[in-house]
Design a protein around this ligand. Structure first.
Ligand SMILES: [Zn+2]
Length: 219
């Protein structure tokens, strides 16, 4: 069974999570930076009223799918459940579901590559991962090239997880900030989301656009 890192390739839409006062549990999070904070209950969002997409990412890095797409997944995989998002008044937005994983993979193998690490928290070393890009030059017709992510795992990393339809990485993309200070608002770096072949096949079948899949390498 293949697994893929998914990335949204279009402009993010709407806000979610920390700026919308979603609630998080910190029992397994880093005391210093907050990475590893786990959302409790429904994801709270803002600015969703005009969004009509089957799949998108919010400005805060959360993935959302439509009621239609959720229905298609449920038709094929009975036990599969996701939660609706809620608005600032705690009203359930029935047209949107938060695409999130219930299980976290162990750390990827050290020889994984295709990313850079910047301003990582010294305590947890779990955040600060960024896509690596070689910046081009439009005038000289040199395109910007984003390196593919090569995340390498052992086969048993996947086998030990009961349901690996959707997983998240232990490593988190971007910076975390547990306490607002100066220009820095509260933010918890998000993990990468990994889906299995069955989810990818269904997304392909439903012609889900603005999504890029990168094969997870399993040895
Ligand atoms: Zn930390």
């Amino acid at each position: 069974m293949h697994h893929y890192i998914i990335q949204y390739t279009n402009r993010p839409l709407g806000e979610s999570g920390e700026p919308c006062k979603s609630e998080y549990d910190f029992s397994s999070a880093c005391n210093t930076c907050g990475t590893g904070a786990v959302l409790t209950g429904n994801l709270r969002v803002k600015g969703f009223s005009k969004i009509k997409k089957d799949f998108f990412e919010t400005l805060d890095g959360d993935y959302i799918i439509s009621k239609r797409l959720y229905g298609k997944i449920r038709d094929s995989f009975k036990g599969f459940t996701l939660l609706n998002v809620i608005d600032m008044r705690n009203k359930v937005l029935v047209d949107y579901y938060h695409l999130t994983a219930k299980n976290v993979l162990p750390r990827f193998q050290q020889k994984s590559n295709g990313f850079v690490i910047e301003k990582q928290c010294h305590d947890c070393k779990r955040n600060g991962y960024f896509n690596h890009a070689i910046i081009g030059d439009i005038k000289q017709n040199i395109p910007t090239i984003v390196s593919p992510l090569n995340f390498i795992y052992k086969k048993c990393d996947f086998e030990s997880i009961e349901n690996s339809m959707i997983l998240e990485t232990w490593e988190c993309a971007g910076l975390s900030n547990k306490i607002a200070k100066g220009n820095f608002v509260i933010r918890y770096a998000r993990p990468w989301i990994i889906v299995n072949q069955q989810i990818r096949d269904l997304f392909d079948q439903e012609k889900i656009s603005n999504i890029e899949y990168e094969n997870v390498l399993i040895e």
